[in-house]
Design a protein around this ligand. Structure first.
Ligand code: GDP
Ligand code: MN
Length: 336
């Protein structure tokens, strides 16, 4: 396995000047997307521009493993007032590596299809999960940035974000921000926790002393409780992923082949990385950002916040109160 060395954070400039001359974080809004998803991508982009970015002018970066069509680039550029770039993902960051035993991978997929696991038979979904887990932050168009907001096609933003969440995180020493947390399908990560334990046993010094292991495990690390932050929304510091701990961690997971033999998601992988290698108070729940990725939505808890931020959502259908949400556990861990 040869993975490129972690990128030193010193090469990343701290601040930038915003469109209105105010201080701005070194950040980009990033969307991995297929040409066929143009309509839903435009919908997400228009909402985030209207609710947030028209006031800040952060650059958008679109990534794809095949070239974007002219139609995609033209329509997207027309919807965004600030800088936009379109990047092609290097093949070795996307496709199933040659050393993966395809027979074993195919057997794993067949078993998941038989068990009705979502995307159980999909290789492209696995490519996507592995890319988001270990490669997006190394893309040439992304390397220059420190912070990112991950956006997917077909999501909704229900409230105004009138402050700069990147600067909020920077100033409050946060590294990972989420809106929704939930349980993973156990079959997709059958041996992931074994790999995690192996890594941590061999590298105990990477664990932050004030980590959020209790969010991941109900038995002090013995087993994974399947809780994770839903990574289709993320506002985070890429130094977390580029740093030594997560870089070595990803390399360890990659060596197990679980992105293909099972269907390890970038959501549990990022969540485990953030919860183990950062302090728990560096993880931030963005309660004030109303957000939906079908079928789940988060809406700010307090009516006063919903009013102040002009939210077009209510407490109805808020996943936070669902029994399948891990938010209550997060609240306990955060408080403990
Ligand atoms: P889900 O949210 O887990 O149902 O998965 P999605 O289909 O939404 O995929 C997650 C993200 O990866 C979205 O931003 C998709 O646009 C993107 N994505 C998924 N598969 C591919 C692919 O094969 N190629 C590209 N370029 N993007 C993909
Ligand atoms: Mn999605």
């Amino acid at each position: 396995l040869s993975l490129s060395a972690p990128i030193p954070s010193a090469t990343v400039s701290e601040y930038d000047q915003g469109t209105n001359g105010t201080r701005r974080a070194n950040a980009a809004i990033i969307m991995l997307v297929r040409n066929s998803e143009l309509g839903n991508a435009l919908s997400s982009v228009k909402q985030l521009e209207e609710r947030f970015n028209k006031r800040f002018g952060y650059p958008w970066v679109f990534l794809n493993e095949v070239p974007f069509t002219n139609e995609f680039k033209e329509k997207m550029s027309a919807a965004i007032s600030g800088p936009v770039s379109f990047g092609l993902i290097p093949k070795e960051h996307w496709y199933q590596p040659d050393w993966i035993d395809e027979e074993k991978a195919a057997a794993g997929r067949a078993e998941m299809v038989a068990n009705d696991v979502v995307y159980g038979g999909s290789v492209s979904y696995r490519n996507m999960c592995r890319f988001n887990s270990g490669f997006f932050y190394r893309h040439p168009l992304v390397q220059q940035y420190k912070w990112y907001w991950r956006v997917e096609p077909g999501v909704s933003f229900f409230c105004d974000t009138d402050y700069d969440p990147f600067l909020y995180m920077e100033e409050n020493d946060k590294v990972y921000g989420f809106t929704i947390s939930l349980y993973e399908w156990p079959q997709t990560v059958a041996t992931l926790w074994d790999a995690v334990k192996e890594f941590v046993n061999e590298n105990p010094h990477y664990l932050d002393p004030d980590n959020a292991l209790a969010f991941l495990s109900d038995d002090d690390g013995g087993s994974y409780n399947m809780c994770h932050f839903w990574s289709n929304f993320e506002i985070a510091n890429m130094e977390l992923w580029r740093g030594e701990a997560y870089s070595k961690f990803f390399e360890h997971l990659e060596s197990k082949g679980g992105f293909y033999y099972e269907r390890w998601g970038d959501a549990p992988v990022h969540s485990i990385g953030a919860a183990l290698f950062a302090r728990k108070d560096q993880i931030h729940f963005f309660d004030d950002i109303g957000y939906q990725h079908p079928p789940f939505r988060h809406c700010p808890h307090l009516p006063s916040v919903r009013k102040a931020k002009n939210c077009s959502c209510s407490s109805v259908g808020n996943f936070d109160y669902n029994r399948d949400s891990c938010l209550n556990l997060w609240r306990q861990v955060e408080m403990s």
